[in-house]
Ligand binder design. Structure first.
Ligand code: ZN
Length: 315
């Protein structure tokens, strides 16, 4: 077990590990594994070499590829860990595991990576993540071609680490997600702008999100989206799973959330951060990339926004 100190960056000692799931060499999952599940992976050799040939899943070159995939996954993960290190101050870390989700069964269809908060336990220092096929594909292509990843893929793990730091609040918000009451669905809808907005703030401040250009644009769109969500939630006191999905399945949380969070930070904690936040907003609206240390400072403040406080502000 390691306790993180923000002054001492010690990523390699944390020994994050990634493993393929399913793994062809894992005897527990061996019997059911199909070559087709792996054939989409760049570099996987799925040729049919005739009767004498061994299973493609156990070819030496493919076994080397499994190891390479696990190495690449940890490499970018560790780089991200270093980027957000000061935010992890005082956190206990025992185990950081990444499940490389080859079949896409663990990740949602649009996810690149996930922090699996319901499997993680901050008290024991155990944290679990998954890496989705779409992101693995990007990582492998970039590695094979020696090219740089787009900013989106360069901030994916940072986004997930911010979820980890925000663990307690996500747990609280999940109560709304699991409720069938329409009032809770609306609360869940609103708080998602906080829960995804804070991690996505990292991407915005690094120069992401070209569509929404300023706080006003975001607030205008948010007002329209919120009215629609209220309308859908007012249909009855309880909602079916499908009705809930219709309210909650949207990318607006990611696109608008960071701006909505920034807007709240102007008056947050008695307006104490107004000068800093106003200056950051001005720079982002002018299309500038914010300095890394300032980004961490803003995130540290944003992570103090309590879910209830956020819901109350924007209800
Ligand atoms: Zn997220």
């Amino acid at each position: 077990m390691k306790k993180i100190s923000k002054d001492l960056v010690d990523v390699s000692n944390l020994k994050a590990h990634a493993y393929l799931h399913p793994h062809p060499l894992d005897p527990d999952s061996y019997a059911d594994i199909e070559v087709d599940w792996f054939s989409w992976i760049p570099g996987f050799d799925s040729r049919d070499l005739g009767d004498e040939d061994e299973e493609p899943l156990f070819r030496d070159n493919n076994i080397q590829l499994y190891n390479k995939i696990e190495e690449i996954a940890v490499e970018r993960f560790n780089a991200a860990l270093e980027n957000v290190w000061p935010l992890l101050d005082s956190l206990l870390i025992n185990n950081l595991s990444i499940t490389i989700d080859v079949t896409g069964d663990i990740s949602g269809p649009s996810a690149l990576a996930s922090y699996l908060y319901d499997h993680s336990d901050p008290q024991k220092g155990n944290y679990f993540f998954s890496l989705a096929p779409s992101y693995l594909h990007k990582l492998l292509v970039a590695s094979n071609n020696g090219t740089e990843l787009d900013l989106k893929y360069h901030t994916t793990w940072e986004h997930e680490f911010i979820h980890l730091i925000d663990h307690r609040s996500i747990e609280k918000s999940s109560v709304f997600r699991h409720s069938n009451l329409s009032i809770d669905c609306l609360r869940c809808y609103i708080v998602n702008y906080r829960d995804e907005g804070i991690p996505e703030l990292y991407y915005l401040l690094k120069g992401g999100w070209p569509e929404i250009k300023n706080v006003q644009m975001a607030l205008d769109k948010f007002t329209i989206c919120l009215a629609e969500a209220k309308q859908k939630c007012s249909a009855s006191t309880e909602l079916t799973y499908k009705q809930k999905q219709e309210v909650l399945k949207t990318y607006d949380f990611y696109e608008l959330g960071p701006w909505i969070v920034l807007n709240m930070l102007k008056t947050f904690e008695g307006g104490y951060h107004e000068e800093l936040i106003t200056s950051v907003i001005e720079q982002v609206e002018a299309g500038k990339v914010i300095e890394h240390d300032v980004i961490l400072q803003v995130l540290e403040i944003a992570l103090r926004i309590k879910p209830d406080e956020f819901i109350l502000t924007y209800s």
